[in-house]
Design a protein around this ligand. Structure first.
Ligand code: NAD
Length: 441
């Protein structure tokens, strides 16, 4: 089948790669001309495991191309995916200007029979708005161009794997014809066992927000427990292990730490809350989830202050800057929020990340970055582990201790074996667990 993709960012590019990989003909386009220029020569706009090879294979096989012209992505397409950003407005409401603009461009070049699939995360009711816009813009094809909802569930850092082996594919549509097009499109995945869930459009739109809000809620639940465990002298890792062993709860997303960040959870939570209140329902739980998430940064900051006292003449090293491992995405990254707070209190902050240093400095030009974890830690009074990259498991605490000004380690992700750090003279501050002190470990 022929597929067009509007917006070749974190979601759009994976959409291009995965559909080309299963044999569809795909054309991607983006309003950012430099992105298309780079992609056309095989350069990737961001780090995501396996994507560069997959994109290059699609292009070499003649199934994938990129164009500046939306018309090239729409002409002869069976389905065009809208994968543009949906940032939050100051009110929390999702800003759908890019979605509308992208859809207008698509509709301008559309022929009868086209399916426009929303992959961007949008509030329930957006497809109805788009359908009304189509009718106003192109009365000649209104009724034969259908808008469907096909939310994306990929996880950055595992995005290509998730797109190639989806746990579920969700399609919301209003007609058998539109469902049929989407079934044929996803047949290479469903024939391998992927589950296709079909709903009406508003249900599909709402389900995406419901999933993200619930995942954020699990993280905040673990973080609220962490605060409680710190006060009670209990161990949050053991508590969440007990919880996770219950199949009704499950272990995923019960990790206490610096909290969630990234492009999706923070904005999707406020957009969902905004949608609820616009429909007359006060979904106060969502605001509490966000408050507990903010509190996770405060709690980590307090550990640094507890260990170092005044921060004005202190140097703090942050290990990990990406909002999570496996990506160079620093949008709403907890590490960068912590960096900002530490600087406001007078500390000198230096960061290290195996992949996200460049994007971190772009986002926060005042941030100093170092080429290795050890260079970041040199002369530092405290190290804070902010993103649980695997390489931090291998930290040499002997070496770290020798180059630091004082041996203080705050584990903002409970990723490190504290006993190992303490054995090298470190004062070790985990999250939601008892701090460890040399001689008293
Ligand atoms: P992104 O910022 O990485 O990519 C968006 C792309 O759209 C950019 O390249 C931008 O230049 C382009 N764009 C903006 N307006 C355009 C227009 N009018 N025409 C053509 N291109 C345009 O964003 P993303 O992370 O890919 O997210 C896209 C959507 O998918 C959002 O709604 C997001 O919530 C949702 N989503 C994201 C993820 C994720 O993990 N990043 C996962 C699931 C869903």
């Amino acid at each position: 089948m022929r597929v067009g993709v509007i917006g070749t960012g974190h979601v759009g590019l994976i959409t291009c790669a995965s559909f080309a990989a299963v044999g569809h003909d795909v054309v991607g386009t983006d309003a950012d001309r430099s992105k298309i220029d780079a992609l056309s020569t095989g350069d990737m706009p961001f780090h995501e495991p396996g994507v560069a090879d997959s994109i290059r294979a699609g292009m070499a096989g003649g199934r994938l191309s990129f164009s500046h012209e939306t018309a090239d992505a729409v002409r002869e397409a069976d389905v065009v995916f809208v994968c543009v950003g949906t940032p939050a407005r100051a009110s929390g409401e999702a800003n759908l200007v890019a979605v509308e603009q992208a859809a207008r461009e698509v509709v301008a070049h559309a022929s009868a029979g086209l399916v426009i699939a929303e992959k961007s995360t949008v509030p329930a009711g957006t497809a109805d708005r788009l359908t009304r816009s189509v009718a106003l813009q192109r009365p000649d094809i209104a009724g034969s161009v259908e808008v469907v909802s096909n939310p994306e569930f990929l996880r950055e850092g595992h995005a290509l794997h998730d797109a190639m082996h989806p746990e579920r594919i969700l399609v919301g549509a209003d007609s058998d014809a539109a469902f049929d097009v989407m079934r044929r499109l996803y047949e290479p995945f469903t024939s391998e066992g992927a589950r296709l869930i079909e709903t009406d459009i508003r249900t599909a739109e709402l389900a995406k927000h419901a999933c993200n809000a619930f995942l954020a809620l699990k993280i905040s639940y673990a973080n609220a427990l962490a605060r409680l465990c710190e006060r009670a002298g209990a161990d949050v890792e053991a508590v969440t292990e007990v919880m996770g062993a219950d199949s009704r709860i499950g272990p995923a997303f019960l990790n206490a730490g610096l909290g969630y960040g990234g492009y999706c959870f923070p904005k999707d939570l406020v957009a969902f809350d905004h949608l609820a209140s616009s429909l007359g329902y006060d979904f106060a739980m969502l605001r509490e989830v966000a408050r507990i998430n903010d509190e996770a940064i405060d709690a980590t900051l307090e550990k640094v202050r507890d260990a170092l006292w005044n921060l004005e003449d202190k140097r703090v090293a942050l290990l990990g800057l990406a909002f999570k491992p496996g990506t160079d995405d620093v949008r709403i990254a907890p590490a960068l929020m912590l960096a900002q707070r530490l600087r406001e209190l007078g500390a000198t902050v230096v960061g290290y990340d195996p992949h996200a240093a460049e994007s971190a400095v772009r986002a926060q030009p005042e941030l100093e970055v170092a080429p290795t974890a050890y260079e970041a830690a040199r002369e530092a009074h405290c190290v804070v582990l902010c993103t649980e990259w695997e390489e931090f498991q291998e930290l040499d605490f002997d070496k770290l201790g020798e180059i630091m000004a004082t041996r203080v380690f705050v584990d903002g992700r409970n990723a490190i074996d504290g006993e190992r750090a303490v054995a090298h003279g470190f004062h070790f501050y985990p999250t939601g667990r008892r701090p460890l002190t040399p001689g008293r470990a």
